[in-house]
Design a protein around this ligand. Structure first.
Ligand SMILES: Nc1ncnc2c1ncn2[C@@H]1O[C@H](COP(=O)(O)OP(=O)(O)OP(=O)(O)O)[C@@H](O)[C@H]1O
Length: 470
């Protein structure tokens, strides 16, 4: 592909993704070469490469194939003279530092890194830039994250340090980085003089290793001990890295002694981080440790609705049919990043083909995501949930008793098994104490009827379905 062709293609992408997305994500892409079916682009930051790859790769590939280019894959590389953004966990797969496990590797590996990656540019590394999208305003609060959000808000007020450190932990893509950036934005807006340093644990290590190498440990110590607020993202990264942990421990103590706020994020509770020294664990546990729970249906729906509002500006006129967001919130329960990616893709495709976003388009466009996030619900799981819900024993659901107080929950469980699993009626019957398939069919029918006439049953079924799909 020639540069000229790429320029033409970019113009077509502009029409599809809108001016804002174009300026932010597409325009900065520099086409480098096409080799063996892989189109290589230079990007200013890892973050950007990652974002484009998650959200626009399909679209770019689609355009490339329309224009007859033999491209199967896109590759995004950081241009050698670009500034650095914190390495996010999604980018970590590309990071050779992942292999570092002992002190020796920790000190030796940086020079061995390939050209054009993060370490070469360490000299230019200041505090990691904050993502302008990650603010409190754009953070949707629900039951699973309300405590973490409240704690983050409190710290962001910048009042007297009450809990130190604040540790936010939770699984992939649940909003830890978003909340940390939101705290940093808010603090710097309220108190512009405050010296807030946000960086990933990887960057902490890079800086430490560099300082050792250049015999500038005094500068390093001075820098880290003079901040007012230190935020270290993904602290689990330093586990098993002896001297980095030690330096982190001293930095931590020095700041706490000066009553400076520390905010940490991790992918699990400090006590559960393998190879993290006990003294570091216990320091982390001294403050307020709050977790971001996996999202529930309501939170996912809330996030989707918020994002749709934001997309409204980029894709004016695009319509979303009733039920699509609910469907996505039900079906994509892995993490928020995947949910967001799905929506971005949906909007881009809908605008490409000029259609309303309805169920058909959604199923077509997101077939792979939907397949990947399909969670297999088992009949046993359904029986357990239903027996908990009605406060009866599992054996009563499966057993022969015909009492109404057992028979109705049993029918609900049969109905849900039919709806939520791919089991046939005879298979379901077997799992309900060897009942005949006609009994199951009767149970399913009965609940279908009752759902129309009995509000309580309809509500029970809905609650159970949500609990099972969450
Ligand atoms: N409650 C929320 N409201 C709005 N957006 C959210 C929420 N939770 C997560 N997100 C979005 O989901 C994406 C992933 O979130 P984030 O990067 O903060 O996750 P993380 O917990 O730091 O994950 P990782 O462990 O992979 O670093 C971001 O785009 C973020 O804005």
């Amino acid at each position: 592909m020639t540069q000229e062709k790429w320029s033409q293609l970019r113009q077509r992408l502009l029409k599809t993704v809108g001016q804002n997305n174009y300026t932010t994500w597409i325009e900065p892409l520099e086409f480098d070469e096409l080799e063996g079916g892989v189109a290589v682009f230079h990007v200013p930051t890892n973050f950007m490469g990652n974002y484009v790859s998650q959200n626009f790769a399909d679209l770019i590939l689609h355009e490339l194939s329309l224009s007859g280019e033999p491209v199967q894959r896109l590759s995004f590389r950081v241009a050698a003279n670009s500034p650095v953004r914190p390495a996010r966990s999604a980018e970590r797969a590309e990071e050779p530092f992942q292999e570092l496990t002992d002190q020796h590797a920790e000190l030796e590996n940086p020079t061995q890194r390939a050209a054009g990656t993060v370490v070469n540019k360490m000299e230019t590394l200041q505090a990691a830039p904050l993502d302008p999208r990650f603010t409190f305003d754009s953070f949707v609060v629900g039951k699973p994250n309300e405590l973490a959000h409240a704690a983050a808000r409190r710290v962001a007020e910048g009042g007297p340090v009450t809990f130190n450190p604040l540790v936010l932990y939770g699984g992939v893509g649940l909003g830890k980085t978003h909340l940390m950036h939101a705290i940093a934005w808010e603090l710097t807006a309220r108190k512009p003089d405050l010296n807030v340093l946000y960086l990933s644990a990887e960057q902490f290590m890079y800086r430490f290793v560099q300082a050792l190498r250049e015999r500038r440990m005094m500068d390093f110590k001075h820098l880290f001990r003079s901040v007012d607020v230190l935020m270290v993202d993904d602290v689990q990264f330093i586990a098993g890295k002896g001297s980095t942990q030690e330096e982190f421990f001293h930095t931590f103590n020095a700041l706490v002694d000066q009553n400076k706020q520390i905010i940490i994020s991790a992918d699990r509770a400090p006590g559960e981080i393998k190879d993290l020294e006990d003294r570091v664990k216990s320091r982390l546990q001294c403050g307020l440790v709050v977790d971001l729970h996996p999202t529930d249906y309501e939170l996912r729906l809330g996030i989707l609705q918020t994002k749709v509002k934001q997309y409204g500006a980029t894709y004016p006129g695009l319509q979303i049919a009733d039920g699509v967001l609910e469907f996505l919130a039900h079906r994509i329960s892995t993490n928020v990043r995947v949910l967001e990616g799905a929506l971005t893709r949906l909007f881009a495709f809908a605008s490409l083909v000029g259609r309303e976003i309805d169920m058909d388009l959604t199923q077509d466009c997101l077939a792979d995501v939907l397949r990947a996030s399909e969670r297999k619900i088992t009949v046993e799981e359904i029986q357990r949930k239903v027996s908990d819900y009605y406060n009866i024993r599992m054996s009563d659901i499966i057993g022969p008793k015909r009492l109404r107080s057992f028979a109705r929950p049993r029918q609900v469980a049969m109905y849900l098994s039919k709806q939520l699993t791919s089991r046939s009626l005879p298979e379901i019957g077997r799992r309900f104490g060897g009942r005949d398939h006609t009994t199951v069919m009767h149970g399913v029918k009965r609940i279908e009827e009752l759902k129309q006439t009995d509000g309580q049953i309809a509500e029970d079924v809905e609650m159970l379905r949500r609990a099972l799909e969450a």
